[in-house]
Ligand binder design. Structure first.
Ligand SMILES: Nc1ncnc2c1ncn2[C@@H]1O[C@H](COP(=O)(O)OP(=O)(O)OP(=O)(O)O)[C@@H](O)[C@H]1O
Ligand SMILES: [Mg+2]
Length: 249
């Protein structure tokens, strides 16, 4: 469903991704781990379609079609969802308004009618309650003044409402307290399904206790240098990256 082929990308004259190959099938959960600066967030930005990056080689296929020429909003309506490491603030736009606009954009792209107010209120209330997001927070501008953990939960709320086909979560666990980590993981697990896939970027094996991955990859210096099962995350936690990064550097 998501296939990354020999992806090379640069920013300015600096090559950051140096040949990434990754195949994500429906129903799978992949985890990407790797040292700071190895290119994890860069990969998620490029998937989202952020235009600071230049793809110099390779391709990204979503359901068999290249997305490189697609605008970020087209990628989103096609079913790709990105939760960023640093969620952006949108002053002046209430979270509720934002969620409804995002949901309606997706429905419109799928040829569906706009969601009615009562129906929208019902789905938001249900999804936000599961994530311990108060109605008060939804009245505030998107992410403005939200604590780190509140921003992360808000991202998962967006994901729950948009029901993407592939969700990429960049360090959605960072900054979460122990309870919030469980809440977010439950939010993700509730969405796991045979026709939906996740790519979870994380530094900590702990998250993977809650969101159990099928496949774990190690990214180092812009390449995937190791791929394994969930036991690979335990090995990394115990021994660090030394065994994997030396041959990539
Ligand atoms: N705009 C930019 N200009 C110059 N270098 C950049 C830019 N954006 C990213 N980089 C560099 O690209 C490399 C990869 O960054 P990236 O954010 O993808 O790392 P990461 O794997 O997500 O790290 P972390 O674990 O710390 O989040 C880093 O060395 C970073 O400094
Ligand atoms: Mg990062």
């Amino acid at each position: 469903m998501l296939e990354i082929r020999n992806l090379h990308a640069r920013i300015g004259d600096r090559e950051i991704l140096r040949g990434i190959d990754l195949v994500v099938k429906p129903g799978e959960v992949h985890a990407i781990m790797g040292p700071n600066g190895s290119g994890k967030s860069t990969l998620s930005y490029i998937l989202a379609g952020k235009d600071d990056y230049e793809v110099t080689e390779g391709d990204i296929l979503f359901n068999g079609e290249s997305i490189l020429e697609m605008e970020p909003n087209e990628r989103a309506t096609a079913g790709l969802f990105l939760a960023f490491q640093y969620p952006i603030e949108i002053p002046g736009v209430a979270s509720m308004t934002f969620l409804r606009a995002a949901l309606n954009a997706k429905r419109k792209a799928n040829g569906e009618a706009e969601i009615t107010t009562p129906e929208f209120m019902r789905v938001v209330k249900e999804a936000s309650a599961k994530l311990n997001i108060s109605p008060d927070m939804l009245k505030r501008p998107v992410n403005v003044g939200f604590s780190g953990g509140e921003k992360k939960r808000n991202e998962v709320l967006q994901m729950a409402l948009l029901e993407p086909k592939v969700a990429i979560l960049d360090e959605t666990d960072s900054g979460l307290d122990i309870d919030a980590l469980k809440v977010v993981a439950e939010g993700v697990n509730a969405l796991r399904s045979p026709d939906r896939a996740f790519v979870v970027i994380t530094h900590y094996q702990r998250l993977l206790d809650h969101i159990v991955p099928d496949i774990v990859h190690v990214l180092s210096a812009g390449r995937i240098v190791q791929t394994g099962g969930k036991e690979l995350a335990f090995d990394l936690e115990k021994n660090g990256y030394a065994a994997y990064v030396s041959d990539a550097a």
